[in-house]
Structures are given as structure tokens and as C-alpha cells.
Write a protein that binds this ligand. Structure first.
Ligand code: ATP
Ligand code: MG
Length: 560
């Protein structure tokens, strides 16, 4: 498992080295990259790695990066995904300027080029069933078998292909295949499918087409049309590169880009496959693509993760040529590190326990001063209200504490942050024997949190005024999967039943309740929390972005 940054020199990796060399040797004068999502789902943190790489390179080398939708499979693609992908790339801090493209913009040209391949004897229409095509493709150890339709005359191929386009045949009745080599060691070269029949409405081309190009036939040609210099993709496409090059060699394309492969991001406790993420949404395991437990950009955003923390994370993990699994703790570290600097401090009581200060005058309220950020005086201070009735955190009190418990217990004295020392006199219980209220006294001489006689307390606790705090709902998120390496095939069995805990009776400072900012704040001693879109005027909802410390490994019994 990778926990240390794998990029040795700051910001350098093998792809950037190649690009620098291509600029130095004048092979290219201007770098053009692209990020080519298929609009069949929302983007996830793995895509962020690819986005940061492609857009980052364009920025660093004064080139440009295109956003290109690889929209060649209308049965799975939707406008909602096209829109969300654009919003997410922008939110991550990247900009494609005027360079927004769609593979579907090139359908006409791709079609003409396919006719060209047929005329050159390099493509043929195959009538075999999908199943027969699969069987006759052979295996890694056995060569494939030629299709009985492989030697069709050019004219017949052309006629059939035109009729495929005209809609004369059913889905799956025929395909157009490249005529390469059924005995090729690389299975991708065994007469790959270039076009299939799909009577489906396309989000952009509507019903104009009923044949659609395959990924392999669309991708390299789109790169060439756009003048991409470095076509960067993940390792699973390494074996497709010979086909990428074969097509570019045979077709009258305006340029010949080169494909480079890097290792995709894998994260512990996480599955980054659109198929799995789609199923999680569809089967209701999560509340939608932007559920804060999802590794989607939309989910991370809703959870309160700042885009800068994601950028920092992908920078730290670097770009390598060998697959690995990154500890999700590294992402969490980057989020904490960022929020520790940026988040204002506030107080919230997640699981309130009422405290009555018996010697504090009834009806009296006083305003105390609290700092907004301990390391940043420019963040200023705010007033918080103290009164006779307060809330503290339930687990800050123990009736029969073990030796090392220094927080509140009968007879013990603690400091309430920014306020006073208090001492517990008695715990009041209900008929069920549960503690419902604490009776305490305060020492008026300790205002501000220090005793003039120099006596010390071992604990400082957060608190809120009962009267001047606001009820809130707080959602605590844990890992969506309970195992460090969930199984994509049977992921439902690996879901963490404790991935969401809803605290309905929490209290927050009025200052946070009234604010409308999506920026997370630190609830002192609890973690970082961001306002959720489910908030209403009288009831704010907060998502825990992340806790202050990594407690997850302990909770589930160790990291893989
Ligand atoms: P699937 O999840 O079904 O494999 P995909 O994630 O490859 O689909 P695309 O929309 O094709 O979906 O991805 C767009 C780009 O993002 C591709 O260039 C792909 O290589 C890259 N990408 C996808 N997943 C990751 C990942 N985990 N790490 C890095 N890059 C990724
Ligand atoms: Mg893909």
C-alpha cells in the first residue's frame, strides 16, 4: 500500500519528462492534452487524478487541455452526466476555455473514414452473432478463426455498411470490423469491431444515427482531429495502443497523436468503478450520486471537502506506471491539513447533556469572547453566550470514571472553554436510570478559564448555552465499505452498516446556524463540518467532512 508520495522530484513524473523532452527536441511546439470522460455517470476521485494530470500539464507547459465527451454509447449516456461532469471539472479548479468537444461531433467524418477502410480492403461487414464473434476471437494461447464473411468483396461490404447506417438491420445483426489479423498475439488486433448497430436515441445526435463507433474506433481519431499531442490514459489501454496506432496509420487523419498510459488511482475502502457507483445509486445503498459517502466529486463536494485538498492529494500520490492502492488515510490527511488552516473554529454539541450551574443567577446571561482561529489572529473573535443552563457532550461525563478520565465526573473540576471552571455536584437520572442532567457549580473567579490561585484542571471542554444555541441535525459519515479491499463483484456484502449516523438532537452556535457558507468549520474537539443542502431556515443540517484524528482504523480493527 502506498502511503508516501511516489513523485520524487516535486511535480515531476515520467509523463511530464516525456513532454519536456518533446518540447526540447522541437517534436512539438505546443502541448495539447484532453480529458475524455464517457458521460455515463458522475466523476469520481480517480477521474480527478486524470483531470489534474491533463489540465495540470496544459497549465505547466503553456498548452491547452480539451474536455471531450466520449459519447459513443447512447444506451448509457445522459445529459445529466454531461452537465455534472462539466460542473465537477470546473469545481476542481480547471478550465477548458473554448475547447469543449464531443466524439459525436465527428460521427460523419468517422463514418466516411470507415468507408475508406472498406474501399482499401481493410474493413468488412461481419454477419456472425456476437457470441460467434467472441468464440472465434480465440484466447491468449490460441489464435482466432477467420470469419466466414471476412473475404466479402468491397462492393458488398460497402453496400451492407450503408444499409447498416440506413437502419435496415436489427441491433446486433451485423458489425463492421477492421481486417487486421485473427492470429495476432494481441487480441485487440484480431479484427476489432469498429461499428455496431444500436437503434438508440443519442443525447446530442438524436435519431440521426443507428450505428455507433466503438471506443477504439472513435478515440484515436478524435485525438487526431483535435490535434492532441499526448493522449494520456490508464494502463488498461496499453494493449489497445497497437490498434490506436494501426488506425491512425491507415486513415487520412490530420495528425498522429501518441498514447501514454499511467496507473489508475485505487483507494482503500473505496470502489472506483462507474458500474459499481451506478449500482449503489440505483439500488438505494446511498442517497444519490452526491451522497457524501460516495467517492464522487459531487459527494466529496457535498461532504465539505475543499477542491484544493483534492488537488493536493493527487499531487502527492504522483503519477506512476505500476498499479497500486493508495491508503484512503492519505486523502483524509490532505483534507485535514487543508481544513486545519482554513476552517473557522466554532462550538457544537453533538450529543447534548444538560448542565445546570446551581450558583449562577437565574436569568443572567453574559457574553464571552472566543477566537475564530487559534493560528490566525486576523480571523478575529466572536461573542458566545453563557448562562445558568448549558449543554456539554454526553461522553464528557462519567459517573464512575476510570483512573485516566479527566473530564467531568462527580466532585471533579474542569474548564469550560472561554468561560469558567465548573465542578460537578450530582448527576440526575430518569426512571430508567439514565443520566439526564448534571448539577454543577462554577467559580466566578475563573472567568476566561484561569484560576487566580493558580490551581489547574486537566480537561477543557466545549459547551453551549441551552438558551442561545440552535438545534441542528448532524450527519456523521464513515467509510462506505467495511473492508480495505471491497470486492467489486459482490460489493453489497462489503458495505459498512455504520457508514451513516444521524444525530438529530445536536446543538450549534447561532453563528454557524445563521451562516449560509458551504465552507466547513471546525467544531472544536469534534472535527470539520459543512452545511448540507438539506438545511432549512429553522433547522440546519451539517455533514461531518472529517474527524480531527484518524479513528477509523481503531473502530473497525485495523487497516488492511
Ligand atoms: P469505468 O469506471 O467504467 O472503467 P472510466 O472510469 O474509465 O469507466 P471514463 O469516463 O472513460 O470512465 O474515464 C475518463 C478518463 O478518466 C479516462 O481517461 C480514464 O482513463 C480516467 N480514469 C478513470 N478512472 C480512473 C482512475 N481510477 N484513476 C485515474 N484515471 C482514471
Ligand atoms: Mg473508460
Amino acid at each position: 500500500m502506498t502511503t508516501e508520495p511516489v513523485t520524487s522530484e516535486a511535480g515531476r513524473d515520467f509523463i511530464r519528462d516525456i513532454i519536456q523532452a518533446d518540447l526540447d527536441s522541437k517534436r512539438h511546439s505546443r502541448i495539447v492534452t484532453r480529458f475524455p470522460p464517457e458521460p455515463n455517470g458522475y466523476l469520481h476521485i480517480g477521474h480527478a487524478k486524470s483531470i489534474a494530470l491533463n489540465f495540470g500539464i496544459a497549465q505547466e507547459f503553456a498548452g491547452k487541455c480539451h474536455l471531450r465527451f466520449d459519447d459513443t454509447n447512447p444506451t448509457k449516456e445522459e445529459q445529466e452526466y454531461i452537465d455534472s461532469i462539466q460542473a465537477d471539472v470546473r469545481w476542481l479548479g480547471f478550465d477548458w476555455g473554448d475547447n469543449l468537444f464531443y466524439a459525436s461531433d465527428y460521427f460523419e467524418r468517422l463514418y466516411e473514414w470507415a468507408e475508406g477502410l472498406i474501399k482499401a480492403g481493410l474493413a468488412y461487414v461481419d454477419d456472425q452473432s456476437q457470441e460467434d464473434i467472441r468464440i472465434n476471437r480465440g484466447t491468449l494461447t490460441e489464435p482466432g478463426r477467420n470469419s466466414p464473411f471476412r473475404e466479402r468483396p468491397v462492393d458488398e461490404n460497402l453496400d451492407l455498411f450503408r444499409r447498416m447506417r440506413a437502419g435496415e438491420f436489427q441491433n446486433g445483426a451485423r458489425v463492421l470490423r477492421a481486417k487486421i489479423d485473427m492470429a495476432a498475439g494481441n487480441i485487440n488486433l484480431r479484427d476489432p469491431v469498429l461499428y455496431r448497430i444500436l437503434h438508440a436515441h443519442h443525447p446530442r445526435t438524436g435519431d440521426k444515427w443507428c450505428i455507433y463507433p466503438s471506443y477504439d474506433y472513435a478515440h484515436g481519431q478524435s485525438d487526431a482531429i483535435e490535434g492532441i499531442t499526448h493522449s494520456i490514459c490508464t494502463l488498461e489501454f496499453e494493449d489497445h495502443r497497437p490498434l490506436y496506432d494501426w488506425l491512425l496509420d491507415k486513415l487520412p487523419v490530420p495528425s498522429h497523436p501518441h498514447q501514454y498510459e499511467f496507473a489508475r488511482l485505487n483507494l482503500t475502502y473505496t470502489l472506483l468503478s462507474k458500474r459499481v457507483l451506478t449500482q449503489l445509486v440505483r439500488d438505494g445503498h446511498v442517497a444519490g450520486w452526491d451522497d457524501p459517502r460516495m467517492p464522487t466529486i459531487a459527494g466529496l463536494k457535498r461532504r465539505g471537502v475543499p477542491p484544493a485538498a483534492i488537488r493536493e492529494f493527487v499531487k502527492r500520490i504522483g503519477v506512476a506506471k505500476a498499479n497500486s492502492v493508495v491508503d484512503v488515510g492519505m486523502l483524509e490527511f490532505c483534507i485535514r491539513e487543508h481544513l486545519n488552516k482554513s476552517a473557522l473554529r466554532r462550538m457544537a454539541v453533538l450529543r447534548p447533556l444538560k448542565v445546570v450551574i446551581e450558583n449562577y443567577p437565574e436569568g443572567q446571561v453574559e457574553e464571552l469572547e472566543a477566537v475564530n482561529h487559534p493560528d490566525d489572529p486576523s480571523a478575529g473573535t466572536r461573542k458566545i453566550r453563557f448562562g445558568r443552563e448549558l449543554y456539554i457532550e454526553q461522553d464528557d461525563f462519567m459517573e464512575n470514571p476510570p483512573k485516566k478520565f479527566f473530564r467531568l465526573s462527580p466532585g471533579n473540576e474542569v474548564r469550560l472553554r472561554y468561560a469558567y471552571f465548573i465542578r460537578c455536584r450530582e448527576a440526575i437520572k430518569n426512571v430508567a436510570g439514565e443520566i439526564v442532567e448534571l448539577r454543577c457549580t462554577y467559580d466566578p473567579a475563573t472567568k476566561g478559564g484561569n484560576a487566580p490561585d493558580g490551581r489547574k484542571v486537566k480537561a477543557t471542554m466545549h459547551w453551549l448555552s441551552a438558551q442561545d444555541s440552535v438545534p441542528a441535525e448532524i450527519r456523521i459519515y464513515n467509510q462506505l465499505f467495511a473492508r480495505p479491499n471491497p470486492d467489486a463483484g459482490s460489493f453489497a456484502a462489503d458495505l459498512n452498516p455504520q457508514s451513516l449516523e444521524i444525530l438529530k438532537d445536536a446543538r450549534v452556535e447561532p453563528a454557524i446556524a445563521q451562516g449560509n457558507s458551504p465552507e466547513p468549520v471546525q467544531f472544536e474537539r469534534q472535527g470539520y463540518f459543512a452545511r448540507d443542502k438539506d438545511s432549512t431556515a429553522d433547522r440546519p443540517v451539517f455533514n461531518r467532512t472529517i474527524g480531527l484524528r484518524d479513528t477509523f482504523a481503531k473502530e473497525v480493527g485495523g487497516k488492511g
